[in-house]
Design a binder for this molecule. Sequence first.
Ligand code: PLP
Length: 399
Amino acid sequence: MTQNLTDTHAAVRSTQAFESGVVPRRGDTVMVRGEGCWMIDSEGKRYLDMTSSQGVAMLGYGHPVLTAAIQEQAGRMHACPNFFHNDTRAEFLSRLISVTPEHLTRAFLGNSGAEAIEGAIKFARLATGRTGIVAARNSFHGRTVGALSITWNPRYRRKFEPLMPGVSHVHFNNIDQLEEAVGDGTAAVVLEVIQAEGGVHEGSADYLASVQQLCHERGALLVIDEVQTGFGRTGRWFGFQHFDLEPDIVALAKGLGGGFPMGAVVYTEQIQESLFSGAHGSTFGGNPLACAAGTAALGVYEDGLIEQADKAGRRLREALEAAIGVRRVVREIRGKGLLIGIDLRTKAVPFLKTLMEEHNVLALPAGSTVLRLLPPLTISDGEIDMAVEAIAATLPEGS
Ligand SMILES: Cc1ncc(COP(=O)(O)O)c(C=O)c1O
């Protein structure tokens, strides 16, 4: 048995070696199981997951409602092409549209965040007859060529240039720069209301309201990327609801299927009118297994999880402020709900390593100096306290 396990680990690690040139890995740990907010490795070590597997496992691992829905659908029908109607897909679509603001009546289903952004770019081009996109510095929208073109980080972009033409990047929260950048060739302004990967930077209410107004005045669409901030992550269904925005297009993924891979673009009836048959499509998008997972996840969100996440976010934020807020190493604690960035006066990665290796707590970086927390929305008070205690023990004391 032990021999087999060792062989399996060696095989797992050698498979990972093929991928490791692309995605940096955290040591040799082999994760094999999840339970609630915990990930468990092949040696039985348990880690408190303050990342939700990059923000997707919003219900934690093994949630009974999600698991049962996936199992039931897997036994009934796991694939069905989009040229047939499908009951599970129809149920999911009507549920999704019922939780988005009233003016967003249409949805396209894909498989990831980047794919949702690709859809948003194409729809904005068709609806406006224009090709320009204005995005923000520090933004992250994914790594397919279209999504990468509007992602800001030069490290991700440089080796793939030339990318999609017609894209400009302006400073986030600077309306003067946006006024200069948006013209009669601009199809859309694409923004995250809280830039997550870019360092957990929040848009100001004044700025976001002015962006929307400018888009209306100049005939550009407002596209909000809610891939990371959607489905209760910030304590509301969608991050833009903190700012009373009415985006024309919203890109969704991560929490949409409770961690099951899926993405979506939701948009207005007016945009639908500009689409032609075959304008966009996806073989896997809207597959019944993902849709069953999505319906189950939306049901759990609706059943009080978003309010619970709002409370949990406040508790986590207050506990962090009390434990480490005055320490010299901490420049600022920011974010909303259960998307929190601890901006340090030094690099974040060494602390992430200590948190994992010495305290069994998983967290993420955002930019170079920000330690980012995005736990499952199901996190308990006790787990919040454990995470805060571990972070306090990891960061240097001294004010
Ligand atoms: C705001 C935002 N948009 C888009 C993406 C890309 O999503 P995916 O990795 O599913 O393609 C991400 C991923 O982290 C994201 O945070």
